[in-house]
Design a protein around this ligand. Structure first.
Ligand SMILES: *Cc1c(COP(=O)(O)O)cnc(C)c1O
Length: 371
């Protein structure tokens, strides 16, 4: 079956590569490519394969996500962004993952597993576990508090089988116009790293900071969203190309008589006789139900309003009676068609959320096709 007969996304891997290069050029720093949550819905294996010669390191959220990359043969360093529970130390060591560490139990457990592994290997090869210290400078969701970080790092020096390769923090407000809190976080981070000259990778910049806060670039930037060609805020200091388009096909076309309703709850009422198209995509695919009666799609290069509620598997759009459109024609939910374009941000605005959530919600049922 031709996968494009059903709702699918098309992913332009060259756009992702070009975005990664543009970010490296703009920042002049190394790149940790953030590919958590299935590369923000773009498909983690093809995306990491495309970036393996550009990214210095990959970052994911969980140990399972790291193992998935190793099993696919990815050899770049892989950072787990959030301190895993200590029981996962064996997997971290055996899959050669680099853990973010913010607590003593994980550090101790990693050290112990390395000790065991070194004992088991004959002839004895001394191996160490690389770690990055996660410092909390004000985001307050994880990390060692900045006022405690130097003491924590000093204590870690007693665990001789750990290698402190990195130290990092995360901004809470880098995507906002007012950068004063980002500057406070940066100052707090500097108060820690002025004492850690032996740790080689200091990093703070997410996409928003990589684009707009030059003094945050340091040794390496840690970007996700911008790799996929989406801007975290209004400023566009670097030219990025959106990598993903979401498409479907028209499945049904008919005329609806005046005074009838459309879709669940019959919330849209026709005043005149109108021509409509049924399209097989819905919230079961991650297309937000919040777009009921608000969103638009592209058909024949023209914006078409969604009429009534988004269902689990279908939406209904208005056509013009004069359109030369038939069943099987392409519908663009996200992306370009003719001279029109619908961005992820437009969908996110209608759904009262952020582009990140729209991308990571694109469902399993939606095939990923790579160009
Ligand atoms: C997700 C994440 C990033 C990437 O953020 P973007 O805004 O997508 O660039 C960086 N660092 C941490 C700790 C994250 O959780």
């Amino acid at each position: 079956m031709d996968a494009t007969n059903q709702t699918h996304v098309e992913i332009n891997l060259n756009a992702i590569k070009a975005n990664a290069k543009a970010i490296k050029k703009h920042t002049g720093s190394k790149l940790i490519a953030v590919v958590k949550a299935d590369a923000y819905g773009h498909g983690v294996i093809p995306v990491t394969e495309a970036l393996q010669n550009i990214a210095d390191m990959f970052a994911v959220a969980t140990v399972d996500e790291g193992i998935e990359l190793r099993q696919a043969g990815i050899q770049n360093p892989i950072l787990i962004l959030f301190s895993p529970l200590p029981d996962l130390a064996v997997d971290i060591v055996d899959y050669d993952l680099t853990a973010a560490v913010d607590n003593w139990s994980l550090a101790e457990q990693l050290n112990r597993v390395i000790l065991d592994r070194n004992h088991q290997s004959q002839p004895v090869k001394i191996k160490k576990a690389k770690i990055h210290i996660n410092v909390n400078t004000g985001m307050n969701r994880c990390g060692v508090r900045f006022t405690e970080a130097n003491r924590f790092i000093k204590d870690l020096e007693s665990l001789s089988l750990l290698e402190m390769e990195g130290v990092f923090t995360h901004f809470a407000t880098a995507d906002e116009n007012d950068q004063s809190f980002a500057q406070i976080q940066l100052n707090r981070f500097h108060s820690v790293i002025k004492n850690t000259l032996n740790i080689s990778l200091k990093h703070v910049a997410n996409s928003a900071a990589a684009l707009t806060i030059p003094e945050s670039h340091l040794d390496v930037v840690r970007t996700g969203l911008s790799l996929y060609g989406i801007y975290p805020a209004k400023e566009k200091p670097v030219q990025l190309q959106p990598a993903l388009s979401w498409k479907a096909r028209i499945g049904w076309i008919d005329y609806i008589e005046p005074g009838e309703g459309i879709s669940y709850g019959l919330t849209f009422k026709t005043q005149n006789r109108i021509r409509v198209a049924g399209i097989q995509v819905g919230y079961g695919d991650g297309y937000p139900r919040a777009l009921s009666g608000k969103g638009e799609v592209l058909i024949g290069g023209i914006r078409r309003p969604i009429l009534g509620r988004v269902c689990m598997d279908m939406i209904v759009c208005r056509l013009m009676s004069t359109d030369n459109i038939t069943v099987g024609d392409e519908v663009v939910l996200i992306g370009k068609q003719g001279n029109e374009e619908i961005g992820v941000d437009e969908i996110a605005d209608h759904a009262n959320t952020i582009s990140y959530e729209i991308l990571t919600n694109i469902g399993k049922r939606v095939k990923r096709i790579y160009k």
